[in-house]
Design a protein around this ligand. Structure first.
Ligand code: TYM
Length: 331
């Protein structure tokens, strides 16, 4: 069975972009692949966090993994810091990453370009830690949204570099980016990615938004004055984004099919259909979330997942440290 690994960094509440670009695929793949899905809490602290809020977001993230359909009897679900080898290999990967490579990472560059000050060293070196997250488990594939592809490509470069230098240490993984929904845009500004750090809160639908709030966000999504439901991300970015959302929530139905359904209809009808699909999905997720959040399932899932992940990660770290010549006593 081929292996897959991915993670989410809940610096805030999980949103529809996370679900469509990543989480729904974890669920789809868990039957066919050996799936590892973790919660990247080390990555969370690369930006300032309120401790109580962080803890809530982490717990919600596990509950939402389960509520969206990840099954702990199939997938290995764990918290990053429960497997200390992530931080350990992360440091080693950092020592094998060139500053030039980190300087090219668009996420850091974007934050810098926006004039954000007091960016942390952790944020700068986080792609090296992400490489460690992946390489510890030798996955064949890493399912991610479009914005994380560059980091998986760096991971491949680092794996190849270390394999060349020290012998065969890592499997070189491939990013898996879906054709539809890999970059869901903000509803209030379709030129920008939907993201947890949405300042206005209007452009981002959170998985735990109430039906009323979610519906309002969809109904007031920015569109255009062309008045036709047509997939054209350059000239109709808002409508095309809503089409991507609808398609993703309806078994990846084709854009042509959606265009046909709404031919001659107004944007109001179209938005209502998108809002119905979004609210239907949120309702399904939230019903399960409410059952899970205080059921004890979160704790057992994390305990079991960490035990399984640690075994694999310990063997890999040991192999890497020995190959580099960092160990004295053979274990
Ligand atoms: P994060 O937490 O920003 O996002 C989690 C996943 O959601 C995808 N995503 C989106 N997809 C479509 N449209 C959007 N608007 C959107 N926003 C986010 C992301 O592409 C991602 O797949 N560094 C990672 C977490 C991480 C990781 C890893 C992932 C840490 N180590 C190892 C894979 C493997 C991150 O910050 O994702």
């Amino acid at each position: 069975m081929k292996r897959m690994l991915s993670g989410i960094k809940p610096t805030g509440q999980l949103h529809l972009g996370n679900y469509i670009g990543a989480l729904r695929h974890f669920v789809d793949y868990q039957d066919e692949y050996e799936m590892f899905a973790f919660i990247a809490n080390l990555h969370c602290i690369t930006v300032p966090q309120d401790p109580a809020e962080l803890q809530k977001n982490l717990k919600d993230c596990v509950a939402l993994y389960l509520a969206c359909g990840l099954d702990p009897s199939k997938a290995t679900i764990f918290l990053q810091t429960d497997v200390p080898q992530h931080a350990q290999l992360g440091y080693i990967m950092c020592c094998h990453t060139y500053m030039g490579e980190l300087n090219r990472m668009t996420q850091f560059k974007d934050k810098q370009a926006h004039g954000e000050t007091n960016l942390s060293g952790g944020l700068y070196t986080y792609p090296s830690l992400m490489a460690a997250d992946i390489l510890l488990y030798d996955p064949d594939y890493v399912p991610v949204g479009d914005d994380q592809k560059q980091h998986v490509e760096l991971t491949r470069d680092l794996a190849i570099r270390m394999n060349n230098r020290y012998g065969d240490l890592f499997r070189v993984p491939e990013p898996l980016v879906a054709k539809t929904g890999a970059r869901i845009m903000s509803l209030s500004n379709p030129e920008k990615k939907m993201s947890k750090s949405d300042e206005t809160n209007k452009g981002c639908i959170y998985l735990l938004d109430s039906e009323k709030v979610a519906r309002k966000k969809v109904m007031s999504a920015v569109t255009d004055s062309l008045g036709r439901v047509h997939f054209d991300p350059v000239n109709q970015p808002g409508i095309s984004n809503l089409m991507q959302i609808l398609s993703s929530l309806q078994d990846d139905r084709s854009m042509a099919d959606i265009e046909q359904e709404f031919e001659g209809k107004g944007y109001g009808d179209f938005k209502r259909a998108v809002a119905d699909a979004v609210c239907g999905k949120l309702n399904e997720i939230q019903t399960r979330y409410n059952e899970i959040i205080s059921s004890g399932l979160i704790e057992t899932t994390l305990d079991d997942g960490a035990a399984k992940a640690r075994k694999i990660a310990a063997v890999k770290l040991e192999k890497v440290q020995r190959a580099i010549g960092m160990e004295i006593i053979e274990k």
